[in-house]
Design a protein around this ligand. Sequence first.
Ligand code: GDP
Ligand code: MN
Length: 379
Amino acid sequence: MKIHEYQAKAIFSDTGIPVPREKLATAPPEAKKAAEEIGLPVVLKAQVLVGGRGKAGGVKKAEKLEDVESIAGQILGMNIKGLEVTKLLVSECVAIKAEFYLGITIDRARRKPVLIASAAGGVDIEEVAKKTPEKIIKIEINPLLGLLPFQARNVGMALLSEAKLATEFTSLALKLYRLFIQRDCSLVEINPLVLTGGGTLLALDAKINFDDNALFRHPENESLRDLSSEEPKEIEAKNAGLSYIKLSGNVGCIVNGAGLAMATMDLIKRFGGEPANFLDVGGSSSPEKMVTAMRIILSDPSVRVILVNIFGGITRCDDIAQGLIQAKNEADIKVPIVARLVGTNADRACALLADSPVLSATKMSEAVKLAVARAKEAE
Ligand code: GDP
Ligand code: MN
């Protein structure tokens, strides 16, 4: 889960990481009022959950009060990579001596958090990492010990070459690490972290991603969620207790269990098809869940066939069959449905589906082949 810069900065501020004075605005007059309070010049920053916002024209400086309203008007309503800008951060314009990059994330290969820093901070850190990787400092963090002060201090000296500033950097990096762990983040990033004209460190930009698998431990994060930037069907699925991820192919999939979902998607690919989604109805199911699952899948116009692959353990196959029939009765479903239901109450499911137009197969490979063939015919 991603949050906006202004939300991340509020968290930074609570943690004791210094940020510029700033205010959120949703309309040009509000931006003007904020600029008056903050003092000119100001930087106006689009709040959208995508990267490269500055380059897309979403970050602009305003010198005069008259300009604030017109620039705010330009940025608000702008479309950046498919997202409409509805919020603007009005930020004190800071004099910059140097820009650095500082981030903490999980290195999956090393199975540890890593601190990443660079003196080549600013907008193009991905380019720096590709072209001049020697300019990136990477510090492995022992998860049992946490980030140690000497590690942070070494990075601080490498970036700032001055003991007093390295001390300031150490305190900031330790706070950032504490925040990363306490709130179960998958990424915290400051780009740029700047050395101001006044000679202190300041987080000029802020990014926080929370680990979705740990969100249940953080009810405080729920209010930070920006639903307008999430796939609406993924939200509906989540509310119904389903995991739905939209993909780019045309074979809609309903399965139970993430492992079976992976295996099903692998087989679809193996037989030359492309999954349209990943939809896991979970370990237990009910006809209602199936109806919701069908509705979600069918709202994707690229779906040409629905493959239902269920291994019934706790999930009862007859519940699934009932759900399929109910969904068919409630909506005029034009795409073919291929079902492979095995396990608990499979025989009852078979009997239920016998007179229905649902195509069934007992072997997984058969079902997948059939679904892929139907999808190809329909294209
Ligand atoms: P991003 O490009 O979307 O990541 O937006 P940032 O907030 O990181 O800003 C991009 C760049 O704009 C920074 O690297 C700075 O060079 C510049 N910038 C942003 N805020 C200020 C500011 O207050 N003062 C100055 N001088 N430059 C700024
Ligand atoms: Mn940035």
